[in-house]
Design a protein around this ligand. Structure first.
Ligand SMILES: Cc1cc2nc3c(=O)[nH]c(=O)nc-3n(C[C@H](O)[C@H](O)[C@H](O)COP(=O)(O)OP(=O)(O)OC[C@H]3O[C@@H](n4cnc5c(N)ncnc54)[C@H](O)[C@@H]3O)c2cc1C
Length: 415
């Protein structure tokens, strides 16, 4: 339901509303409410804090949703092979941000392990992508064995090796970004649930304009723009105003300890058809993620990894990791993110949405790596400028059907 317009509560609002800035003038920077304090909300707040008054409203704690549970893989290059400028934009951010506070970007290659039956398809794809400037090469099994002795190549004819990939700690990223945003003037309020948009004009007609958001305990908070970055909850939150083809899905991670640390050269990678991806941990452990399914009960879904996933990984790992003995399970968890029909997010100010609304949701397992792209695009949408990469893959109107009843595609199933 949309929120009632019931006056502004003074306890939460915008710094500068009616207040004078340092040079004695009243602040007239546009007021942006960001709904959701996950990586997207934090990154948007950091991006906008120097030119806008930014208030992030988070129903829980900062980076406690999907963001806290992410594996932290940064695989923009294989994820956006059709849009190298998008991949580069994300990658450039992580390279430049490495070393900010406690944040680190560990840049290591990613390998797709190739079985004999997929060899022809993968070789052709690699050639095509190389022609488009993607940093990828096909390596024969013997070369892969020499380069990455920790990978057991017996079942594989080779690998597709992608450069410009790596991993991060998502929580450290989010909190570092949040801290920079705060220093630049953005405000973060936790334990505040937004229950709807407040608009002038009839909801759902395309003639409405944002004037604020309604909250459970703090009434209406007036603003000029809203960035809806509420993860998988975004669809329901905006349902009175806009239909979004986003559905929740559940995905999982396990951490395994080998009897000896993984070799320092151990790459990240994935095995199409097995629904898993993997990467080394900084301490020599192995993280295995994947096993993703559409989730009809996202609030009630277990946050623990499934037994079936544990069994699958226990049987699979000895087939691709050359370990001197069995590995021990040391951690496991599951989390819920938002999926779209084509696996790419919706980052857009749609024509039929209320003026002032920007949607940033449906990150489909790639929200950590795509967050710098989302932040840049949102600034461009607010300023009416062109982003340094194509907008097309993020537009809502690429979908003819906005129903959430689409078939879920797991990105860890392969490409
Ligand atoms: C197990 C797992 C592994 C993953 N691995 C990777 C990976 O390796 N690389 C990668 O790039 N991505 C990965 N992801 C995906 C990534 O975590 C998400 O795409 C990303 O965190 C989405 O960020 P977000 O800010 O949109 O959502 P979230 O982090 O879920 O944040 C949304 C926030 O909005 C808040 N909120 C919701 N409704 C309201 C409301 N009404 N009012 C106020 N606040 C509200 C929520 O409490 C939440 O904190 C993984 C996800 C999972 C679960």
């Amino acid at each position: 339901m949309g929120a009632e317009r019931d006056g502004t509560n003074a306890s939460i609002g915008f710094d500068g509303d009616g207040a004078e800035s340092e040079d004695g003038t009243e602040s007239d920077e546009p007021r942006v409410v960001v709904i959701g304090g996950g990586i997207i909300g934090c990154m948007v707040a950091r991006e906008l804090a120097d030119t806008h008054r930014v208030l992030v409203l988070e129903r829980d704690g900062i980076a406690q949703g999907a963001t806290a549970r992410a594996a932290g893989e940064i695989t923009m290059v294989p994820s956006y092979p059709d849009y190298p400028s998008i991949a580069t934009h994300g990658l450039d951010f992580f390279r430049a941000y490495d070393g900010t506070g406690a944040f680190e970007f560990a840049e290591i290659p990613s390998v797709e392990l190739v079985t004999p039956e997929r060899e022809e398809t993968v070789r052709a794809r690699v050639e095509r992508q190389r022609g488009n400037g993607v940093d990828v090469a096909f390596l024969e099994a013997a070369d892969a064995r020499d380069r990455w002795p920790g990978i057991d190549m017996d079942e594989f004819v080779g690998v597709a090796r992608y450069g410009g990939t790596g991993h991060v700690d998502p929580y450290t990223l989010a909190t570092t970004v949040q801290s920079e945003a705060t220093e630049a003037g953005a405000r973060f309020e936790t334990d505040v649930t937004v229950n709807g948009l407040v608009v002038d004009g009839a909801a759902g007609t395309g003639d409405a304009a944002i004037v604020g958001v309604g909250t459970d305990d703090h009434g209406t908070i007036e603003c000029d723009h809203v960035v809806a970055a509420a993860g998988w909850r975004t669809r329901d939150l905006l349902a009175d105003h806009l239909q979004l083809p986003i559905r929740p899905y559940r995905t999982q991670c396990l951490v395994l300890r080998p009897p000896e640390d993984l070799p320092s050269s151990f790459p990240m990678g994935w095995i199409p058809g097995e629904h898993v991806y993997f990467r080394p941990e900084a301490n020599g452990d192995l993280l295995v993620g994947g096993w993703s399914f559409a989730e009809d009960d996202p609030d009630g879904a277990s946050r623990s990894a499934d037994e079936a996933f544990r069994d699958h990984v226990a049987a699979l790992v000895p087939r691709f990791v050359d370990s001197p003995g069995p590995m021990r399970l040391v951690d496991g968890w599951a989390g819920v993110d938002g999926a779209t029909p084509d696996t790419r997010p919706i980052i857009d100010a749609p024509d039929d949405a209320p003026d002032g609304l920007i949607v940033a949701s449906g990150f489909h397992g790639r929200g950590i790596m795509t967050s710098p792209v989302a932040a840049t695009l949102i600034r461009c949408l607010l300023e009416g400028s062109e982003p340094p990469f194509p907008r097309e893959p993020f537009l809502l109107d690429r979908f003819d059907d906005r129903s959430a009843d689409f078939e879920f595609f797991s990105i860890s199933a392969g490409n």
